[in-house]
Design a protein around this ligand. Sequence first.
Ligand code: FYN
Ligand code: ADP
Length: 593
Amino acid sequence: MSTVLDNPTATSRTGKPAAAAAEAAPEQTDGFHLVIDALKLNDIDTIYGLPGIPITDLTRLAQAEGMRVISFRHEQNAGNAAAAAGFLTQKPGICLTVSAPGFLNGLTALANATVNCFPMILISGSSEREIVDLQQGDYEEMDQLNAAKPFCKAAYRVLHAQDIGIGIARAIRTALSGRPGGVYLDLPAKLFSQTMDAQAGRQSLIKVIDPAPRQIPAPDAVKRALDVLAGARRPLILLGKGAAYAQADDAIRTLVEKTGIPYLPMSMAKGLLPDTHAQSAAAARSYVLAEADVVVLVGARLNWLLSHGKGKTWGGPDPQKLAKQFIQIDISPTEADSNVPIAAPLIGDIGSCVSALLDGIGNQWKKPPAEWTSAIAERKDKNLSKMAAQLAQQASPMNFHGALGAIRDVVKSRPDAIVVNEGANTLDFARSIVDMYEPRKRLDCGTWGIMGIGMGFAVAAAVTTGKPVIAIEGDSAFGFSGMEVETICRYQLPVCVVVFNNNGVYKGTDVNPTGGADPAPTVFVKDARYDLLMEAFGGKGVVATSPAELKRALQEAVASGKPTLINAVIDETAGTESGRITSLNPQKAAINK
Ligand code: FYN
Ligand code: ADP
């Protein structure tokens, strides 16, 4: 394998061979080094990417200069890793791709990061502007800048080495400030080998000061919010992944406990307070959404996951129940009134907004009426008992509850582990069965309900935290990023993938109605050995057919920190079409019934 030093296209710091460099003056730098130096100056220490023309040497040099470079097998997974790293660290995750096809492979992840409000920068090499713009048929020709624009907060291109510092500073500031999101940075191939005076190069770099400035809410907006809240008889705090991202954990916990208001976590806000907290209304979700009269949204949008704040979920058709008042804490002013009227928008960063509410509340706050909290407790107890009974059944073959009950026990004993979760039934059951105890320990399909985030998110979670990662994967969902088990083995990451293998999408029992040889569209190879995939790369593969086997294998994997894949054999009749969101699935027309 070639190294930086023996690779002729990589320039040394002086831009000249060592012997010549001794007599050459002044010292030179180049585009490669300026990109790396600009990232390092801003405390960015990891690149997730996939080498190839024109960025291969950038990956080599970045590693040589002390950055961690995690090379993937497909850019979408590298992009997802960068996005998850952004969410976990509040620093933009960097994804580095080659031109056109590599760039496009990364674009889904960039769009997903933007939709999820995760800070991420997709840096892509691109082909020569002169040829691309005249559409003369360059190698990997594509107008990447314009292709990226609809999918990110902003897209920038750098043409001159002396502008690299500015380009990276703008990308960082855009990704982090206000509502976080994805940014595209286009670096044409020619830029990397441009040279300039090293001293001038150093001076051209920018260390971004205060990239996510605090945004203090206006005092009258705080007062309005407190007035609305004070009038509530059935208040509810709804925590979203924005609240998890904000890292205002203590303030949020204090707000919940001091006011005594029940709270409902969205899936990635689970663990902000432990799911076992007495005030958690997660197990009474339908009840609290329908019945609450004032809802405080903290970093959560009233999108499809919350039925747009309308309809049956929120108490319709009863007009009294539907006439709720919302207080919305968000950094983005345009989020308010996006679906229903917001009585008290509280615009600012979550830490500042929650602190301002706490200051206003003082020590005089009247806790919610007991009839509200005890009605919730009653609903909650009912659902918890129902769940306990389902978890106690040891069905054979193993079903979702059996398998997830085993995982739930392991997570309880390792609350520092990070859970990555995707699939349909595997996602929906895991969300309510596997309790989380610490903030930012759950990563999942997020705002889009996207499949394919699994291995990318798992790699980033392991790389950024060094903690054990448990990826709970539907067998279909796993397929989107499964090849990255090689990446997990190559970097020896403490990731245990549990594949819920029920032989198909949703379930494995569909048949081809024509009686033809092709399997039904939703069915996979029966009894597939996903565990062998991990063994192919030197990791550990295990088949688990019972909750006891699964629990033992997972405990061992977490304790060893070794890459492991557990093929959890699930009853192929278990699972419903589209899981808990069947209502979104267009039904066959009556004519076909
Ligand atoms: C929740 N619940 C519990 C618990 N937690 N019962 C007992 N114990 C515990 N710990 C109850 C809760 O009160 C609900 O019952 C029910 O379990 C389901 O809770 P959940 O999962 O929180 O709520 P729900 O209704 O499914 O949430 C709607 C949703 C969710 C849209 C937010 O379905 C979601 O996040 N979906 C994402 C789907 C997705 O992205 N899929 C990927 C594409 S799949 P009741 O209160 O009695 O209602 C492509 O096919
Ligand atoms: P969930 O899917 O969990 O409900 P969403 O992704 O819908 O969460 O909502 C997250 C919200 O949090 C977005 O509207 C975003 O603008 C907001 N947000 C993100 N970071 C911050 C922050 N630091 N301060 C305030 N709001 C934030």
